[in-house]
Design a protein around this ligand. Structure first.
Ligand SMILES: [Zn+2]
Length: 271
């Protein structure tokens, strides 16, 4: 399996594109475009991409819990251990928690298939006009691992763990660190694979596997609560005060920007 992450520019949009060349995972029940499921008001999901992933994650949790409940009948000859099943279930529960956060967010997440996208690609980008997080995937292969990977980035966005620059030529977002990518690789596969299949993924191997892509990405964890995250929030406030477009998108940036704008209007009222 070869994995590469490419950052692309789509107009003003910022994109994370992942190319996963791997065995194609075909699930026939993914082909239900005519019956879109609305998971939550803020999830725009005409192709049922999010709804299907959500459903698979919950089915897996249920299935593993059922196996764990009757440990005496564990198929030991398959090489599956109770320990790895428990770890897999814990990871899936964590994903399910992230999906719930997304469903109750004020951020609009828009999922769709796009036949114009490159095969095997998933793109997560901010639409600076609508402020929506858009996730699009090539229709032909419907690679579910790519969907799982990109949704993990959305969960990270939701949790203030990643940000995206408006001008992608200036690199990844300030909050983006290698652990965000490692986490996406780990969790992308849990809906279909036992967690031990992910044991080779850590910050060092993810960097080493993709040197040209991740060389500049720091190891240090960054989020909105870290010093660099707080600086990012102050920058956004400053941009609001100066009346220039925000240079970076992150969960809740509007609040900081508007705070700056209010400061600006107070100042101009006094003069
Ligand atoms: Zn990624």
């Amino acid at each position: 399996m070869s994995i590469r992450l490419v950052q692309i520019l789509v107009g003003f949009c910022i994109s994370f594109t992942i190319i996963l060349l791997m065995q194609s995972c075909k699930l026939s029940h993914f082909c239900c475009r005519s019956t879109p499921v609305s998971s939550a008001p803020n999830i725009e999901d005409p192709d049922s991409i999010f709804a299907n992933y959500d459903s698979i994650v919950h089915q897996r949790i249920k299935g593993i819990r059922r196996i764990l409940a009757r440990q005496d009948t564990m198929p030991a000859d398959y090489g599956i251990t109770i320990e790895s099943l428990k770890r897999t279930k814990d990871g899936l529960v964590e994903i399910a928690r992230g999906l719930e956060q997304m469903k109750h967010s004020e951020v609009i997440y828009y999922f769709y298939y796009d036949s114009n996208k490159v095969e095997g690609h998933g793109v997560t980008e901010i639409n600076p006009i609508t402020n929506e997080v858009e996730m699009s995937f090539r229709t032909k292969y419907k690679n579910e691992e790519v969907i799982g990977h990109e949704i993990q980035h959305a969960i990270e966005y939701e949790r203030g763990q990643i940000s995206m620059k408006r001008d992608t030529s200036k690199g990844f977002g300030t909050l983006y660190d290698i652990s965000d990518e490692t986490q996406a690789y780990w969790f992308a596969r849990l809906a279909w694979y036992n967690i031990t299949a992910n044991d080779h993924f850590n910050d060092s191997t993810v960097k080493a596997d993709n040197p040209s892509m991740y060389d500049s990405v720091p190891y240090e964890r960054q989020d909105l609560g870290s010093p660099i995250g707080k600086q990012l929030k102050r920058n956004t406030e400053k941009e609001g005060a100066e009346g220039v477009p925000n240079s970076e998108f992150y969960k809740g940036w509007q609040k900081d920007y508007n705070k700056g704008r209010r400061l600006r209007s107070h100042t101009s009222n006094r003069t």
